[in-house]
Design a protein around this ligand. Structure first.
Ligand code: LLP
Length: 443
């Protein structure tokens, strides 16, 4: 088995995370259960923060909270002195509830709602990443009403293709995000923003995609952004002060993926920093304040999901299903992207795998799988099954489909385990339901 920093097989042959035996966690908290390793999360935040400080100086790491947003995550980010990227009023509200400093928040979104813009301004969000002309109008008008000036950056699209799933590529010409550098749209938007009295354009943002392992597309994106900045300096006498290169660093889901440790991520960021420095030199630009927005790489490998095995069904000559008490409602990534995961029987983690199975969820839907061709020892009803690297975009994309519960989440560290998201109840499921009188009135 692949033993990541967070995980090990203990003397009992059980899977352990953050000093906690996974079989005991399942007993105590029930399943399905999201488990997050605090040390891993902090470790990754520190790697990025310290590399930025050491190798670049003037930079800021923003945790892309869409990967996993709950109050405790913002509390950790605050303690680790990094910023946060939010993409909705809901994420911002969660951050504010956790006492996160609004000044360290960057507000994203290709279609920020008027009420979200207004709420973010009321909170005093540090930076907006503007992504449409009408947003610029709306934001400017709202700031005028409030008699203030808001710092903004413009989301640009440098036209870099990264090798990742097409649903998570974001800087191709047809993307709904950003403004194309190549077509001149980014320049037009720069002019528009510079003309706004209540907006202060400070620079640019780009995010090329997610789950990317190569350094080269990031370095290329940095170089293209800097070339564009040089162009804007020449044409418009506008010298950008901020360059935000987004997130997107890959993590290990299966043995097919590269194995990155903390040092590898430092090297990754180091390469990007190198490209930024070289680009500044090449184009004669002063070094901008550099921002990055990692989400998946901070929290992805920190998280696992524990399930209990229920029905096991073999279709002779075709496949074997091992059904668990979760499914697409706690992890829709196989359904959405055909994502691959690694599974381990938590109570028999030292047993070698003997068969390939499909792990099925409990939803009334054939496609509801956690994965196909997953190697496991023979699983039996009652076994605790751990799916690894589920920390990013699992809880955050979970739903109550089939009126199943979104599982609770716990944070583990040195043998301690505490809720960070409490369990839902049946009452929670009907809390917002309403029955109009005409449905209950007697005839
Ligand atoms: N910044 C921006 C503007 C983004 O759009 C994203 C991710 C990030 C940062 C963080 O990227 P990361 O470091 O996490 O790769 N639901 C998909 C992933 C969607 C990513 C969307 N944007 C999945 O489950 O794979």
């Amino acid at each position: 088995m692949d033993t990541r920093k967070t995980l090990r097989v203990n003397e009992a042959g059980h899977l352990e995370i953050g000093g906690c035996d996974c079989v005991e966690l399942a007993e105590k908290f029930g399943t399905p259960l999201y488990v997050f390793d605090e040390d891993y999360i902090r470790g990754m935040m520190r790697v990025y923060r310290d590399t930025m400080k050491k190798e670049y100086g003037d930079g800021l790491v923003l945790y892309a909270s869409k990967a996993f947003s709950c109050e405790a995550m913002y509390a950790i980010a605050k303690q680790e002195k990094i910023g946060a990227d939010v993409v909705s009023g809901g994420e911002l509200y969660t951050a504010m509830q956790a006492g996160f400093p609004a000044a360290d928040v960057c507000m994203h979104g290709n279609n920020k709602l008027p009420r979200e813009i207004s709420y973010a301004l009321n909170c005093g969000v540090g930076l907006f990443a503007v992504d449409s002309p009408s947003e610029a109008e709306l934001l400017d008008a709202e700031c005028e009403k409030r008699g203030r000036v808001q710092d903004v950056i413009l989301r640009i699209n440098p036209g870099v293709e990264a090798h990742t799933h097409k649903f998570v590529q974001t800087a191709t010409p047809e993307s709904k995000f950003g403004f194309s550098v190549q077509s001149g749209a980014a320049e037009e938007m720069t002019k528009l923003l510079l003309a706004k009295k209540h907006l202060r354009l400070l620079g640019y943002h780009c995010h090329i995609g997610s789950q990317i392992f190569e350094k080269q597309p990031f370095c290329l994106a940095a170089e293209k952004c800097l070339a564009f900045m040089a162009d804007m300096k020449k044409k418009l006498s506008f010298e950008a002060e901020i360059l935000n290169l987004g997130g997107g660093f890959g993590i290990r889901y299966t043995e097919e993926d590269e194995k990155f440790d903390f040092e590898s991520y430092a090297g990754y960021l180091g390469a990007i920093i190198g490209a930024v420095k070289a680009g500044c030199e090449k184009y004669g630009l002063k070094r901008p304040r550099l921002m990055i927005e990692p989400g998946r790489s901070i929290v992805g490998e920190a998280g696992i999901t524990l399930y209990t095995v229920g029905a096991v069904k073999e279709i002779p000559g075709i496949r074997k299903y091992v059904a668990v008490d979760g499914g697409m409602f706690d992890n829709p990534r196989f359904c959405l992207y055909g994502s691959k995961y690694t599974a381990v029987l938590a109570g028999r983690a030292d047993e070698p795998p003997t068969e390939l199975v499909s792990i099925a969820g409990k939803c009334c839907e054939s496609g509801d799988l956690i994965g196909e061709n997953m190697s496991l020892p023979e699983a039996r009803r009652g076994d605790i099954l751990a799916v690894l690297s589920t920390g990013a975009y699992n809880y955050s994309m979970a739903s109550n489909y089939n009126r199943n519960f979104v599982p609770p989440a716990i944070l583990v560290k040195d043998g301690m385990a505490d809720y960070i998201v409490k369990p839902q109840t049946y009452e929670d499921l009907v809390r917002n339901d309403a029955i109009p009188d005409r449905l209950t009135a007697r005839r």
